[in-house]
Design a protein around this ligand. Structure first.
Ligand SMILES: Nc1ncnc2c1ncn2[C@@H]1O[C@H](COP(=O)(O)OP(=O)(O)OP(=O)(O)O)[C@@H](O)[C@H]1O
Length: 239
């Protein structure tokens, strides 16, 4: 089954369409980079997919559940790392994660097990009792990834998750999400405007002015857009 199905999605702000008749299907076990320049519509797409905004037209299905008709069922299968940090700085790492686990109705023991194993996998288990305020930006991001995966969603949305992170933290984050894709067959949509991040994905979809310009492996997208490499092709197509 398609984990994420998007058909003819249109979202307008007044007269301006931030998303225009967008169609996209993502299967289980795919890491897909959503590559788009500033203003392409990436955040708008994520706001629609997470139920913050309602689309003007089109359909979204998550694990077979319609976002329009069965929003609660659909959203249960989505995990998100937002562009802006969204942890409570004054609460400990564990309290932040437990709060999310409670929202999803995870039993205490299972939540604790997942919190500890998730944090251990990302090398932040020693920080469990510390207030988030004391953590570095990279480690806060890692907490947000642990949180996004806590309820074992089928679809994981990451909105420019590596902004402001150093190379090691970026690599750790990418490795962790790759491990989740490999182990659970989750589907990831990773929004970025960094070509080098897109090159590391199985599949790249290029968004520009709310429309899909290209879709395929990094090599196929380079060929579709016409260029000697992905960066060159992307810049020329979206300039
Ligand atoms: N609340 C809003 N009201 C009006 N226009 C908006 C609003 N939010 C976004 N837009 C417009 O919609 C278009 C898409 O914006 P969006 O933030 O989705 O792009 P993005 O790809 O996430 O960009 P960035 O990489 O800069 O975060 C832009 O033209 C933007 O100016």
């Amino acid at each position: 089954m398609t984990a994420l199905h998007i058909a003819s999605l249109t979202k307008r702000y007044g007269e301006r369409a931030a998303l225009s008749q967008l169609g996209l299907d993502i299967g289980a076990g795919q890491l897909v980079a959503l590559l788009g320049p500033n203003g392409a519509g990436k955040s708008t797409l994520f706001q629609v997919l997470t139920g913050l905004f309602v689309a003007d037209e089109g359909e979204v299905e998550v694990a077979g559940h319609s976002l329009r008709h069965s929003a609660v069922a659909a959203l249960r299968h989505i995990g998100v790392v937002f562009q802006q940090m969204s942890l409570d700085l004054d609460l400990s790492v564990e309290r932040n994660l437990r709060f999310h686990a409670d929202l999803h109705g995870l039993p205490r023991a299972l939540a604790r097990e997942r919190i500890v194993s998730g944090c251990a996998a990302l090398g932040i288990v020693a920080d469990l009792a510390r207030p988030v305020r004391e953590l570095s930006g990279g480690n806060r991001r890692k907490v947000e990834l642990v949180r996004a995966l806590l309820h074992r969603p089928k679809v994981v949305l990451m909105d420019e998750p590596t902004v402001g992170l150093d190379p090691k933290s970026r690599r750790d984050l990418l490795a962790a999400i790759r491990a989740d894709v490999a182990e659970r067959g989750s589907s990831v949509l990773w929004a970025t405007h960094l070509v080098e991040e897109a090159e590391a994905a199985d599949r790249v979809v290029v968004l520009h002015k709310g429309r899909l310009l290209a879709d395929g492996t990094p090599a196929a997208v380079t060929a579709q857009l016409g260029g000697t490499n992905l960066e060159d092709a992307f810049i020329r197509a979206t300039a």
